[in-house]
Design a protein around this ligand. Structure first.
Ligand SMILES: Nc1ncnc2c1ncn2[C@@H]1O[C@H](COP(=O)(O)OP(=O)(O)O)[C@@H](O)[C@H]1O
Ligand SMILES: [Mg+2]
Length: 249
């Protein structure tokens, strides 16, 4: 099927001089079209940075980032913005909805920003897909956390982007609501052949993916296919020895 997102020998540092931090230190990773991948690793291992670089939200210092063959590292800010609007969707831990807008208007926003005409049928379908047909007229403050995240997912999906980037999308949700959101993300891959790349530190969340890529100290240290919560937790314990729970100290 081919790779939709490729990172080739990506390096990224933040800060200067003494406060310089090497966050990505030669990352090579590919994401195949129509797959659901989880990125896991200890806190501070560079997961969010990897996602931001893969989405062209942040610039790499060295290496290449390809989206469907397009070299993001060579594009102007303007071209990047356009590419993101056309081909990428974003879901964050904190939902990032516009408080003053209704759920429906929030879902319409990406199309409006892309200068596309807003087809009410498409918006209806988007709201229905996440089970929020009855909630289109509500503002974010009038919705539960799970409902807000479902609005954010509908917003991410409405342009039918090639890739959906999600950073800890279930981090602020209770476990039942989290499972609903994860099932939605998996459905996007299974039913529409879109690609989902999700950062998480939760082995249960990762078990909804088809493949887990492990990151430690800014490097890819391994991967796991057909993960279960158990196999993921074991691997994470190896990456975070101090926090495995088996350490008598
Ligand atoms: N904008 C930034 N400026 C300076 N340091 C940053 C910035 N973003 C992240 N970092 C640092 O980079 C490292 C990796 O961060 P991040 O990618 O957020 O890790 P993770 O998502 O795995 O917890 C951390 O040490 C963090 O403090
Ligand atoms: Mg992070």
């Amino acid at each position: 099927m081919g790779d939709i997102v490729r990172l080739i020998d990506v390096h990224k540092t933040y800060g200067r001089g003494d406060s310089r931090v090497q966050v990505l230190d030669g990352v090579d990773v590919d994401f195949e079209v129509g797959t659901f991948t989880a990125i896991m690793g200890p806190s501070g291992s560079g997961k969010s940075t990897l996602l931001q670089c893969a989405a062209g939200l942040d610039r790499v210092d060295a290496g290449q980032v390809l989206l469907d063959g397009a070299p993001l590292h060579e594009l102007s800010e303007r071209a990047l913005t356009e590419l993101r609007r056309e081909h990428m969707g974003f879901v964050f831990q904190s939902f990032n909805l516009i408080p003053a807008l209704t759920a429906r208007r929030n879902v319409e926003l990406p199309m409006q920003l892309a200068g596309r005409s807003i087809d009410p049928v498409v918006i209806d379908r988007g709201l229905a897909e996440v089970g929020l047909t009855e909630r289109g007229g509500h503002r974010p403050a009038e919705l539960s956390g799970g409902q807000q995240q479902r609005v954010a997912i509908a917003r991410a999906l409405v342009t039918r982007p090639k890739v959906i980037f999600a950073d800890e999308p279930t981090g602020a949700l209770d476990s039942r609501t989290a499972r609903e959101v994860l099932a939605l993300l998996r459905g996007v891959v299974e039913e529409h052949g879109q690609t989902v790349i999700m950062v998480t530190h939760d082995p249960v969340a990762a078990s909804y993916s088809q493949r887990v890529v492990f990151l430690a100290d800014g490097r890819v240290t391994g991967e796991l296919f057909e993960p279960t919560a158990g196999t993921v937790a074991l691997r994470m314990a190896e990456l975070e020895p101090g926090r495995s729970g088996t350490n008598p100290c």
